[in-house]
Design a protein around this ligand. Structure first.
Ligand code: AMP
Length: 194
């Protein structure tokens, strides 16, 4: 089987991480979440982690240079040989262009870009449910309404403009991410499994 390279796009809280984890085992793809990598750096207390924490807590984006370097180093590791799902990268047009360049250099191709489309109002409803379920003290520092508002502004201004970029390349698939988790998974499988 040829290894697949897939990008998950969509707003914060839109279900990318959940769906990527579900597909990871089924298709032997490695989920690469730049958010998880940054949170690991924050927990480990590295220099990068210290710089990234303040930016993440504010809902802003870490620099393209850092993120591109992080992914370039990661996608050549052995556990990515069976294919990858990029979750949270690219997040800006310069990141998308840099990804194209690095894949071309390694003679790798992208198979699909899948947008999990969810309206802002639904994301606010979801964050309220999550906060209520987690209870005080157990919520991620960037998982609150105020930060979601900022993260969505950043998403619409800097990340959504990547979608036409991939649409022109004929790679974009759109899924209604407001549907039940199982329905979204089934639609994803029909794209990833084809
Ligand atoms: P996520 O878990 O993907 O929602 O990412 C959490 C936070 O990490 C984001 O709000 C950004 O501050 C930062 N981050 C993750 N991925 C990227 C990226 N590709 N470019 C810039 N910042 C990122």
């Amino acid at each position: 089987m040829s290894s697949k390279r897939i990008i998950f796009m969509g707003p914060p809280g839109g279900g990318k991480g959940t769906q990527a984890q579900l597909l990871e085992s089924k298709y032997g793809l490695k989920q690469l979440s730049t958010g998880d990598m940054l949170r690991a750096a924050v927990s480990a207390g590295t220099e990068l982690g210290k710089q990234a924490k303040a930016i993440m807590d504010e809902g802003k984006l870490v620099s393209d240079e850092i993120m591109v370097g992080m992914i370039a180093e990661r996608i050549t590791q052995d556990d990515c040989a069976g294919g990858i799902i990029l979750d949270g990268f690219p997040r800006t047009v310069p990141q998308a262009e840099a990804l194209d360049a690095m894949l071309a250099e390694k003679s790798m191709q992208l198979d699909a870009v899948i947008e999990l489309r969810v309206e802002d109002s639904i994301l606010f409803d979801r964050i309220k449910t999550r906060a209520a379920q987690a209870g005080e003290g157990n919520v991620r520092a960037d998982d609150n309404e105020e930060t979601l508002r900022k993260r969505l502004e950043v998403y619409h201004a800097q990340t959504a403009p990547i979608l036409p970029y991939y649409e022109k390349k004929g790679l974009l698939h759109v899924i209604d991410g407001s549907q039940a988790i199982d329905t979204v998974t089934a639609e994803l499988e029909s794209i990833v499994g084809s």
